[in-house]
Design a protein around this ligand. Structure first.
Ligand SMILES: [Zn+2]
Length: 272
C-alpha cells in the first residue's frame, strides 16, 4: 500500500503554568491557571495541526490560531481569553501561511477535521473555509450548547461545518468512531472526557499506526503517567479515554502517539 505522510505543524503557541501539563505538582490549587505563581513556572505550549497526505485525499486535523490574534485579539478570542491567556502566532505560522509555503491552497484540502471546538483548535478554521469538507462530530457541536463557557461560536460562524455521527466500532473505550474513508486507514475515534465529542485520529497503514490524541492528555508524559487534562466535562470518560490511548500507544506497531500541546514534539514528518 502506498505510504501515508503526516506533517506535524505548529500553528502558534500559548504560555501556561507548567502544572497545566499535570506532571509537575504545586500545592496551589490554582497554579495551572498561573494565579499567584511567578513567570518562571510558565512554559510555551504549541498548538499543533496535522497535514496528512493520504492516498484518498489531503486531510488537515485542527487549525491553530487565526492571524487575527496578531492584531485583533480581543475581537477574535473575546475579552476573557485575550486578557488572561498569553499567546503568540509567529510570522508564517498560521495554517494558511504554512499551506501556501507548501504550494497548497485551502481549496486543495479534501477534509478538515476539528478534533473538538475549543478556541485553540478552531480559531484558524476560517482561514481554510474553502476546503472541500470541514468536519466536526455532532456530539461536539451539541456540547457547545451544554457548556457554552468553553466555546466561541463566532470562530466558526462563517464556516460551512459538516457534522458526522459516531458509529459502533471496535475502537475507543466507548466503542464509538467514524471511519473517514471506510477502510480503517483514518478512524476518528470518540475519546470523550475533555469534551464530549473529542476525536482521536487513529491512522493505520502498512501494519503501522499513529495516534493523534488531541487533548486526551497534554503531553506524552501525561499519557504514561495517566494525567487527565485540566478541563473536563466528564471525569470517568476522561479516565477511560486516556487508558485507551495509553493501551493503544503501547502496541508494538504504534510508531507515534502525539498529544496536541506537547512542547517536546517539534514539527516533523511521519511516514507509515
Ligand atoms: Zn487544546
Amino acid at each position: 500500500m502506498s505510504n501515508i505522510k503526516i506533517h506535524v505543524l505548529h500553528c502558534g503557541k500559548m504560555r501556561l503554568d507548567v502544572t497545566f501539563l499535570g506532571i509537575e505538582k504545586s500545592r496551589n490549587p490554582l497554579a495551572y491557571a498561573g494565579l499567584f505563581r511567578s513567570a518562571k513556572h510558565q512554559i510555551w505550549l504549541p498548538l499543533s495541526a496535522y497535514l496528512i497526505e493520504h492516498h484518498k485525499g489531503l486531510v488537515l486535523i485542527d487549525t491553530g490560531w487565526h492571524k487575527a490574534v496578531r492584531t485583533q485579539r480581543t475581537q477574535h478570542l473575546g475579552w476573557l481569553y485575550s486578557t488572561f491567556a498569553t499567546l503568540e502566532l509567529p510570522p508564517n505560522h498560521a495554517i494558511d501561511e504554512q499551506l501556501s509555503a507548501r504550494g497548497l491552497r485551502p481549496a486543495d484540502i479534501d477534509h478538515v477535521v476539528l478534533s473538538h471546538l475549543h478556541l485553540d483548535h478552531v480559531s484558524g478554521v476560517e482561514q481554510v473555509r474553502e476546503a472541500k469538507n470541514i468536519w466536526v462530530s455532532d456530539l461536539e457541536l451539541q456540547d457547545t450548547q451544554t457548556h457554552p463557557f468553553y466555546y466561541r461560536p463566532t470562530l466558526w460562524a462563517d464556516v460551512p461545518l459538516k457534522t458526522f455521527s459516531f458509529h459502533v466500532s471496535q475502537y475507543g473505550a466507548e466503542k464509538l468512531a467514524f471511519d473517514l474513508f471506510e477502510d480503517d486507514s483514518l478512524v476518528l475515534v470518540n475519546t470523550p472526557g475533555h469534551t464530549r465529542g473529542l476525536v482521536t485520529a487513529l491512522i493505520q497503514n502498512n501494519d503501522k499506526c499513529v495516534v493523534l490524541c488531541s487533548d486526551v492528555a497534554y503531553s506524552k508524559a501525561g499519557i504514561e503517567q495517566q494525567v487527565l487534562p485540566v478541563l473536563r466535562v466528564d471525569n470517568a470518560q476522561a479516565k477511560r479515554s486516556l487508558e485507551w490511548v495509553k493501551q493503544i500507544s503501547e502496541q508494538k506497531n504504534c510508531i507515534a502517539v502525539l498529544p496536541n500541546h506537547d512542547p517536546a514534539i517539534l514539527p516533523h514528518t511521519i511516514i507509515l
